[in-house]
Design a protein around this ligand. Structure first.
Ligand SMILES: NC(=O)c1ccc[n+]([C@@H]2O[C@H](COP(=O)([O-])OP(=O)(O)OC[C@H]3O[C@@H](n4cnc5c(N)ncnc54)[C@H](O)[C@@H]3O)[C@@H](O)[C@H]2O)c1
Length: 314
């Protein structure tokens, strides 16, 4: 039965168009958003695209340089919708409408119609700068360019464009459909209207916003990543097993998951990249990335997404 429903979702997708939905709260703002572009079809990009289409009810174009990622992404969206229908969280009709709001692409040029772009590609300044440089030439002059970076300076990313006043940090938490927070980070040149439009969009996604200055790691990762890094250092020194480190924090401090499980969930490459940003940008040795974290990433053990990280998921 689920397979039949899946087929229905697939056929409804074919008729995707970029029309603004009159029910969208975002379409009532001074700077109406009619279409959202999401760059990066990894765990964060998919979550952001899902919430945009499902909660905000806006058409979304999902872009990734890797075709396999966009194909995998659509299958993931199908599974999420089917699950929600099966749990009676949403109706079949709602699922089909949501699915029809998705389209995918493997080129940035296809994002030229989007009014609001959210970049969620890998945590690497060179990759992000290149994306923003290209978006600046492709997108409409009034389009807002947001980044979901976990730690990289918004001001630095904005400097790759000729519209730094329209560039902003929009830091979602993982998993996006579940986590309620969005950290909003204006860069040095970001204008107040862009901050307000971003806040309105995040609120329409059902999120609570905090506004944070453009400092390395912002607030969430300035606090979280040194904690995770310290847990990897404890493991590196063999002071305790991975399981015991996690159980200590889970049962001892009521964390929903231990720091090493969380690191695998976030992605060890992302954790390492954030620690490097904290270390390089503050010059403070307290942010030195754990050697073991680097080793895991060198081995291609990125965490849950690659099937192996601190724990083995295969
Ligand atoms: N993982 C988390 O818990 C988390 C939380 C908040 C923010 N973030 C941030 O979100 C961003 C994405 O993280 P993720 O966990 O989804 O990573 P991921 O590795 O799951 O996905 C990254 C995606 O970006 C794509 N990509 C790489 N270069 C690209 C390019 N030039 N153009 C288009 N796509 C490109 C990759 O193919 C991949 O699909 C990072 O900046 C990360 O720091 C991550």
């Amino acid at each position: 039965m689920l397979a039949i429903k899946n087929q229905a979702l697939r056929s409804s997708f074919k008729g995707t168009s970029y029309r603004a939905l009159s029910t969208s709260p975002v379409s009532k703002t001074a700077n109406p958003i009619k279409c959202v572009g999401v760059i990066g079809s990894g765990q964060m990009g998919l979550g952001i695209a899902y919430v945009t289409a499902n909660v905000t009810k806006l058409p979304v174009v999902l872009m990734d340089i890797n075709k396999e990622q966009t194909e995998k992404g659509l299958k993931f969206i199908d599974r999420l919708l089917l699950k929600d229908v099966a749990k009676q969280k949403i109706t079949q009709e709602h699922a089909e409408e949501t699915r029809a709001r998705f389209s995918t692409t493997n080129t940035l040029e296809s994002l030229s119609d989007a009014d609001f772009l959210i970049e969620a590609a890998s945590e690497n300044l060179n990759i992000k700068s290149a994306i923003f440089r290209n978006l600046d030439t492709i997108c409409k002059p009034e389009a807002i360019l947001a980044t979901n970076t976990s730690s990289i300076s918004i001001t630095k990313i904005a400097a790759a464009t000729k519209r730094p006043e329209k560039v902003i940090g929009m830091h979602f938490m993982n998993p996006v459909p579940v986590m309620k927070l969005v950290e909003i980070i204006p860069g040095l040149a970001t204008c107040p209207e862009v901050l307000e439009t971003t806040r309105t969009l995040a609120t329409s996604m059902g999120k609570t916003c905090t506004v944070v200055k453009d400092i390395p790691g912002f607030v969430a990762n300035r606090l979280l990543m040194p904690y995770i890094n310290e847990a990897v250092m404890l493991l590196e020194c063999e002071f305790a097993s991975a399981e015991d480190i996690d159980i200590t924090m889970k049962l001892g401090t009521n964390m929903p998951m231990g720091p090493l499980t969380l690191a695998d969930f976030i992605g060890l490459d992302t954790c390492l990249a954030i620690m490097k940003v904290l270390h390089e940008n503050t010059g403070d040795s307290k942010y030195r990335p754990a050697v073991l974290l680097q080793k895991y990433v060198d081995a291609g053990w990125m965490g849950k997404k690659s099937g192996r990280g601190i724990y083995n998921y295969k």
